[in-house]
Design a protein around this ligand. Structure first.
Ligand code: ADP
Ligand code: MG
Length: 629
């Protein structure tokens, strides 16, 4: 090796410094993962070189036998990892080993609290990658050269993992990357043959690049000097290629951590080999927790794509719909060309076919997972609101997706969304034909809505929807198992056969008897309402507002208003509870008091619905007048 030239010292990006600091502090009890991260990078580098060599064989520089080598020196306290993958040039080294170039990074860092266990979880979610080397090392040297460049294009990177790193140009015979970890005093246990081998097996069996380590007993050549003989420590076959029956759960889990860059176990997986019109193997996973960028517009999503075992790209997002963006895994197919690029994927008709097949697999996998209540609840709490985007995005699978949704309902009156539509249907009253729901801003607003009074009285269950996305979701769900959905706060109240003839007749009579009152209220409120009626929806409240059936609900209005959307004015229908004392009082009021009381009833009903009053001060004034009368 010649001397280093063009040496410079650079500062880590602020985010890297923060990550390093927090990571070293919080991942102490998880230190061994550094090896997984570094092997994973080396394997990725080999994959990338194999891909680059598809149309340029020369890039192998005559060394197409891709491999990873790990050596250690117990006395010196070092571990060395070497790969003959793609390598990096100087600019790439500075970019990749000096910054974190992912969207959402600073938001992520803000969530870290300094509380060890919590942070360890979050950092795991984020993925520590290369920097994890500093959990065990206080000095790391990286020597790398990009495949296909000159020996003089080597780069040496060095850092103690504090604020800065140095880079220099060096001469490097072989392409690829070599990483030397100088272990911290308290991490020297890792410089041990047995320990390293068992870690390699634990984390890297499924990687199809061989990971080699020197044989313990040294061989001697003819002159009697030592030569290193290598042995392959991992299985070194791509996991998904092996028959299912030969893969155990731990191997599936370890592979998940490699593809998903996650620390924790997946909830479930589905491994399928398909032959026939389409030919592909897929291994899809449902993660146990959300990645930090789940709601980032440009967050990483999609599967790792291989064509005939050759790695093509990470995050191929064309093979799964957006509402399944949390699914991780691998797709290996014969139906695409090795030269496929992101652009070409967009035009290839095979892609859509595979996409609908993988969508179906994913939905089936979730359906299976749903048999385990606890696991499914974890899934739902983590990804439910993403899955709720499904009915709008994927009409063909609407019914299937609906079956996977979970809700709060009046049956449990709990904010936890854990009831399925099938559960609901199983509890439907005799004569009930519809699935009733209410949408509100929060769980309590939904649960305590006056609209539910009659339903509670009759023992008819109502779904309590309280997520931001819910009103939009329901606008795309019209029926499930032939039963239509009805918003209890909109349109005519229709309880079907849950009400008997006698009740209906009694209601008509009341309506007749109150015709004068209704007319008077309508006159008093004028343009503020579309219509006034008596209702039997209510048992405890004096009044409620109802929106016309196809009108946008109050929740959606608020979201649109917040987004600055101009909205047409909505005129509610005011419904009065003829049994209520306030309504009786209204009937007996003189003209002056009548108008005020009628307005108060209307405004209260709007407030109970989570709506905004046009003139809240007027409401307060009227109310105070009434209270002090
Ligand atoms: P990630 O693997 O999630 O991209 P890492 O922090 O592990 O993040 O690595 C950062 C980047 O550094 C990688 O994306 C890759 O470009 C580069 N890199 C790391 N290790 C190697 C290696 N052995 N060979 C080539 N490039 C590497
Ligand atoms: Mg990595």
């Amino acid at each position: 090796m010649t001397t280093a030239t063009h040496e410079e010292t650079l500062g880590f990006q602020t985010e890297v410094k923060q990550l390093l600091h927090l990571m070293i502090h919080s991942l102490y009890s998880n230190r061994e993962i550094f090896l997984r991260e570094l092997i994973s990078n080396a394997a990725d580098a080999c994959d990338k070189l194999r891909y680059a060599a598809l149309d340029n064989d020369a890039i192998f520089e005559g060394d197409s036998d891709l491999r990873i080598e790990i050596e250690h020196d117990q006395d010196a306290g070092t571990i060395t990892l070497r790969d003959n993958g793609i390598g990096m040039n100087r600019d790439e080294v500075i970019e990749n080993l000096g910054t974190i170039a992912r969207s959402g990074t600073s938001e992520f860092l803000k969530q870290l609290s300094g509380e060890q266990q919590k942070d360890a979880k979050l950092i795991g979610q984020f993925g520590v990658g290369f920097y994890s080397g500093f959990i065990v090392a206080d000095d790391i040297t990286v020597r790398t050269r990009k495949a296909g460049t000159d020996a003089s294009d080597g780069v040496e990177w060095r850092s103690q993992g504090e604020g800065e790193f140095s880079v220099a140009d060096i001469e490097l015979e072989r392409h690829g990357t070599e990483i030397v970890l100088h272990l911290k005093e308290d991490a020297r246990e890792f410089a041990d043959d047995f320990r390293l081998k068992s870690l390699v097996r634990k984390y890297s069996d499924h990687i199809d690049v061989p990971v080699r380590m020197p044989k313990v007993e040294k061989a001697h050549d003819e002159e009697g000097s030592e030569t290193t003989t290598w042995e392959t420590v991992n299985e070194a076959t791509a996991l998904w290629v092996r028959p299912k029956s030969e893969i155990d759960d731990d191997e599936y889990k370890a592979f998940y951590k490699h593809v998903a860059h996650d620390f924790s176990d997946p909830l479930t997986w589905s491994h399928n080999k398909v032959e026939g019109k389409l030919e592909y193997t897929s291994l899809l996973y449902v993660p146990g927790r959300a990645p930090f960028d789940l709601y980032e517009r440009d967050g990483a999503r999609g599967v790792k794509l291989y064509v005939q075992r050759v790695f093509i790209m990470d995050d191929a997002e064309q093979f799964l719909p957006l509402y399944l963006r949390f699914i991780k895994g691998v797709l290996d197919t014969r139906d695409l060309s090795l030269n496929v690029s992101r652009e070409l994927l967009q035009q290839d008709p095979q892609v859509d076919k595979i996409k609908s097949a993988l969508t179906k697999r994913s939905l089936d996998m979730l359906k299976k997972l749903a048999k385990d209540d606890e696991a499914y609840q974890t899934f739902w709490n983590t990804f439910g609101s993403v899955l709720k985007e499904g009915p709008a995005e994927d009409h063909a699978n609407r019914e299937k997706i609906a079956g996977l949704l979970r809700f709060s309902t009046t049956h449990t009156d709990s904010a936890t969304q854990d009831q399925s539509l099938a559960d609901y249907i199983g509890r439907m009253k005799e004569g009930q034909e519809k699935i009733y729901y209410i949408v509100a801003d929060g769980f309590n607003a939904a649960k305590n809505s006056p609209h539910l009074e009659i339903f509670r009285k009759k023992g008819v269950e109502v779904l309590l929807l309280h997520d931001r996305i819910d009103e939009w979701l329901m606008s795309h769900l019209t029926e499930f198992e032939g039963k239509s959905f009805v918003d209890v706060a909109k349109g005519e109240l229709d309880l079907g056969e849950v009400e008997d003839e006698e009740e209906k007749k009694a209601q008509e009579e009341t309506a007749k008897a109150k015709e004068d009152l209704v007319k008077r209220v309508k006159e008093a409120l004028g343009e503020a309402v579309q219509e006034v009626k008596v209702t039997h929806r209510l048992t405890d409240s004096p009044a409620c507002v109802v929106l016309p059936e196809h009108e946008m609900g109050y929740q959606m209005r608020r979201i649109m208003e917040a987004a600055g959307q101009p909205l047409p004015e909505v005129k509610p229908i005011l419904e009065l509870n003829p049994e209520h004392a306030l309504v009786t009082r209204l009937e007996g009021a003189d003209d002056a008091a009548f108008g005020d009381l009628a307005h108060i009833l209307l405004d209260q009903a709007i407030i109970a619905e989570g709506g905004h009053l046009d003139d809240p001060a007027a409401y307060v004034k009227r109310l105070n007048a009434l209270l002090s009368a």
